[in-house]
Design a protein around this ligand. Structure first.
Ligand code: ACO
Length: 334
């Protein structure tokens, strides 16, 4: 049987930084409020002519270089995004594949908001284990600034832009394999976080008739409570089912939405501070890109050990959620 191994990581962050002080000049907020309620100090913003696919391309190029897998061996490319280059079509995945010079590989986007990277990981694992694919390139890329309403202080303080990418490959070594992935969703909570305009579900007769944009709207406080409850239960379950104790995890890498959510879940799992990876202060919430960006930070700081089991979790619009137990298994070092 083929197993799926997490081979490499890469990321890209755009140059421009938007600080809390900058936002305080745009809406009625303050650095103190944002820091206290979210932990965020700044976020990166893509240039006007820098698309989701451009950022994804840069992250994917790094992940590919580090993987030791030739790009012509990639047989599937998945892009997790809620801010695609083009709504409807073509998918951002096909654009990234073309920019990378990858021809013929299966390519599609996954819409699972902040859980997009974990959903993509689960698809890669399933395709590889079934023998249908051998090398899957996952990209989480978001230009959330393009779908953020910078007059709404409830959302504009949260989001940032960036991309992360990983190569997942077939292996026959069980010790290299992704151990388990949970994914779930509950559409009953769809209205907590949505872009109500820009789709056929909006109140307009045709998309052309819409005056509203595709800005995100969120019931933050309710989302917060559901997030903490769902994530805590889901992560406890994946650890118990796989007979792994939380103290044996070197790095817990949660989706970076809000420091208070991360801490509440970390505390419920009795995680030590040094186990919990936090990047939200510098990137804000980058949705589908946040987990691979955080893994990349660990990697580039030299803190990601070969063979260590990463515990991932995420929660996002849909509502969707997921968790994963993923050994870091680069080819070259094994
Ligand atoms: N600055 C100052 N005051 C503010 C701001 C702001 N930026 N935003 C809201 N407030 C005010 C509100 O108006 C409210 O005032 P009131 O008491 O006079 O009515 C007060 O602060 C409290 O508002 P809450 O919404 O209850 O604040 P809360 O502590 O919940 O923090 C936040 C808001 C940061 C949005 C939080 O709820 C949150 O992080 N929610 C979860 C977000 C999340 O995880 N989303 C899922 C992933 S995102 C995705 O999938 C794309």
């Amino acid at each position: 049987m083929a197993y799926a191994a997490f081979r490499s990581i890469g990321a890209y962050v755009p140059e421009k930084i938007l600080t809390n002080e900058d936002l305080a000049k745009m809406v009625d907020t303050s650095d103190e409020w944002i820091t206290k309620r979210t932990g965020i100090k700044e976020r990166h913003i893509a240039a006007k002519d820098e698309f989701t696919s451009d950022m994804g391309l840069k992250a994917a190029t790094k992940a590919l270089e580090r993987s030791g897998v030739e790009k012509d061996k990639i047989d599937m490319l998945i892009c997790a995004t809620i801010s695609p280059d083009y709504f409807c079509m073509p998918s951002t995945a096909t654009i990234i594949a073309n920019k990378l010079g990858i021809k013929g590989a299966t390519a599609f986007d996954v819409t699972a908001a902040c859980t997009g990277f974990i959903y993509s990981l689960s698809i890669a694992k399933a395709f590889i284990e079934s023998g249908m694919k051998k090398n899957v390139l996952i990209v989480g890329s978001e230009k959330l600034s393009a779908i953020t309403d910078y007059t709404d202080r409830g959302t504009c303080i949260l989001f940032g832009d960036g991309a992360g990418s990983a190569v997942i490959s077939a292996t026959d070594k069980k010790e290299e394999a992704i151990i388990d992935i949970h994914t779930g969703a509950d559409g009953e909570y769809a209205d907590l976080l949505m872009t109500p305009n820009g789709g056929t579900g909006s109140a307009h007769d045709s998309l052309e008739a819409e005056s509203g944009s595709c800005f995100m709207q969120m019931k933050g406080n309710e989302t917060f409570k559901v997030a903490v409850r769902t994530l805590t239960n889901d992560v406890k379950e994946i650890l118990t089912e796989n007979n792994i104790k939380s103290e044996d995890i070197k790095h817990f890498i949660p989706h970076q939405a809000n420091l208070r959510i991360i801490k509440a879940v970390g505390d419920a799992l009795k995680m030590r501070e040094d186990q919990v990876v936090i990047t939200v202060q510098k990137y804000g919430n980058t949705s589908g890109a946040s987990i691979p960006m955080a893994i990349n930070d660990l990697y580039e700081a030299g803190n990601l050990e070969v063979g260590e089991i990463m515990l991932l979790d995420a929660f996002g619009g849909g509502l969707t959620w997921g968790s994963a137990l993923v050994p870091f298994s680069p080819i070259s070092k094994l």
